[in-house]
Write a protein that binds this ligand. Structure first.
Ligand code: 5AD
Ligand code: SF4
Length: 438
């Protein structure tokens, strides 16, 4: 048998890309590839790209530039571009970069084995279709092998919301939900491979409609999977937080008390210009209802500052909303023009205003996050230990609130959910002590 070929995948962007990279590696596993942690000895390099903010394509071109030496040293090296930049700029990449052998969009990567065969004959392969055949049906089973206790599982792709700033509806296409039986079968396989926690992924995951009762229906179906201990989902839209999903936060023990619910802005004027189809107040009402169902829920959000037309007052409204809600986790960005989206046509704000607003917003969010984290001290949480720490005898895991927790613990507890008392809080993590049950 010939030695396995080596595949290096560099993943940019969101968790869905992390999932896609795993599936691409598995698809190429059938072609005799094994993943490697460095590009230096690779036979194939795949850049799994993200197009959400500016300079995405430039980043890909400069990364490719850095790979020139590798290709010169090994003319048999194959280089591919995958993900959302591939989808948006595929033909341009093929034209501009002769060293690229293969370009594959996020909906076509089940065709990678055939594309790989084609590039081995010296051809160049481009596939950025939105094909009729279902990639998940083609890929079928997850590869066996060692896995950590947590996994991502894509259940929904694409978005029909068309926020005025966002490229996702163009790069990932219209909303599609995977059938529930396919998702449940994949969850079962993951559990058999040792997974205890599954994060359901979708660009608009709470618009999932592959099961009766939507995402809540799917969560309840997964709740019945023996051995699966924790369920999370991301990313959600406030308008799709339906009653059943809110209720599940209060009644489903496996559903973790953490919710990423982006609002983007606290100004109704800007929310309207963003085509978000909700107001600041309706967002706050939804949060109140979820917190009524699950009072200890840790909330996370996304914010954009410097959207075209954003005034000082609009920005102050965003700060007020943040004060009112209190986030335990957050992601914030300067607005960045995306060609082809409606907001890109509008007059843009000066960069220094965007930077100044982002700094103020991030200072407020960091202070809140630290406050929320510090409040955990003295509380008992449950930690799923995922890996060994740098210090001897230390394990690292995540609490139900997704805080990173360090604790001295027996390595036999790796992959298990363990009761831990939080004893201290530091910059980005909590220190805990395992509670020894009698
Ligand atoms: N500029 C800045 N941030 C953006 N996001 C999406 N598009 C843009 C853009 N053009 C942010 C939003 C979204 C997150 C995934 O990325 O906050 O929720
Ligand atoms: Fe983009 Fe999310 Fe808006 Fe969809 S809901 S367009 S993915 S920001």
């Amino acid at each position: 048998m010939s030695a396995p070929k080596k595949l290096f995948i560099k993943t940019y962007g969101c968790q869905m890309n992390v999932y896609d990279s795993e599936r691409m590696a598995e698809a190429l596993g059938g072609q005799g590839y094994e993943t490697t942690q460095t590009p230096d000895d690779a036979d194939m390099i795949l850049l799994n790209t993200c197009h959400i903010r500016e300079k995405a394509a430039e980043k890909v071109y400069s990364e490719l530039g850095r790979m020139k030496g590798l290709k010169a040293a090994n003319p048999d090296l194959k280089i591919g571009v995958a993900g959302c930049v591939a989808q948006a700029e595929g033909e341009e990449i093929i034209k501009r970069q002769p060293m690229v052998d293969l370009v594959v969009g996020p909906q076509s990567y089940h065709r990678l084995p055939a594309m790989e065969q084609a590039v081995q004959t010296g051809a160049r392969a481009l596939d950025t279709d939105f094909p009729e055949d279902d990639k998940f049906e083609t890929l079928k089973k997850r590869a066996k092998g060692k896995r950590g206790p947590t996994a991502f599982l894509t259940v929904q792709e694409g978005c029909d919301k068309f926020c005025a700033f966002c490229v996702v509806p163009y790069t990932r296409g219209a909303e599609v939900s995977r059938p529930a039986d396919q998702v449940i079968a994949e969850a079962r396989e993951l559990v058999e491979l040792g997974v205890k926690e599954i994060t359901l992924l979708g660009q608009n995951v709470n618009a999932y409609h592959g099961h009766d009762g939507g995402l809540a229906g799917l969560i309840w179906a997964l709740d019945k999977v023996d051995g699966l201990e924790r369920i999370r989902f991301t990313t959600s839209h406030p308008n799709d937080m339906d009653d059943a999903l809110i209720e599940a936060h209060g009644t489903c023990d496996k559903l973790m008390p953490y919710l990423h619910l982006p609002v983007q802005s606290g100004s109704d004027r800007i929310l309207k210009a963003m085509n978000r189809s909700h107001t600041a107040e309706s967002y706050v009402r939804v949060i109140e209802r979820i917190r009524a169902a699950r009072p200890d829920l840790l909330l996370s959000g996304d914010f954009i500052v410097g959207f075209p037309g954003e005034t000082d007052q609009d920005f102050e409204d965003t700060l007020s909303l943040i004060e009112a809600v209190e986030y335990g986790q957050a992601y914030s960005f300067k607005y960045s023009t995306r060609p082809g989206t409606p907001a890109a046509e509008k007059e843009q704000l000066p960069e220094d205003i965007k930077s100044e607003r982002l700094a103020r917003l991030q200072a407020l969010l960091s202070e809140q996050q630290r406050r929320v984290q510090d409040r955990m001290v003295g509380r008992d949480v449950k930690v799923l230990f995922e890996k060994v720490g740098r210090e001897k005898g230390q394990l690292i895991g995540k609490s139900e609130y997704l805080h990173a927790v360090f604790a001295e613990a027996d390595p036999a507890l790796l992959g298990q959910v363990v009761p831990v008392k939080i004893v201290a809080s530091s910059a980005n993590s909590l220190q805990g002590a395992v509670i020894n049950l009698p």
